[in-house]
Design a protein. Structure first.
Length: 54
């Protein structure tokens, strides 16, 4: 398990024909063929972790 950082910074990366969302906390979204869906995964992750910030 990855250590939880105090701030979440998401990025999207491409691996072949797939896009993945990643976060500085260690979270990785599923591989998507749609870059837009990978960005949505990242936004949803940030939204669900917003309450974790202190």
């Amino acid at each position: 398990m990855h250590a939880q950082s105090s701030l979440h910074h998401t990025t999207t990366t491409e691996r072949g024909s797939f896009a993945l969302a990643r976060c500085s906390c260690g979270w990785t979204g599923p591989a998507r063929r749609s870059r837009d869906r990978a960005r949505t995964d990242a936004a949803n992750h940030l939204r669900t972790t917003a309450g974790d910030e202190v």
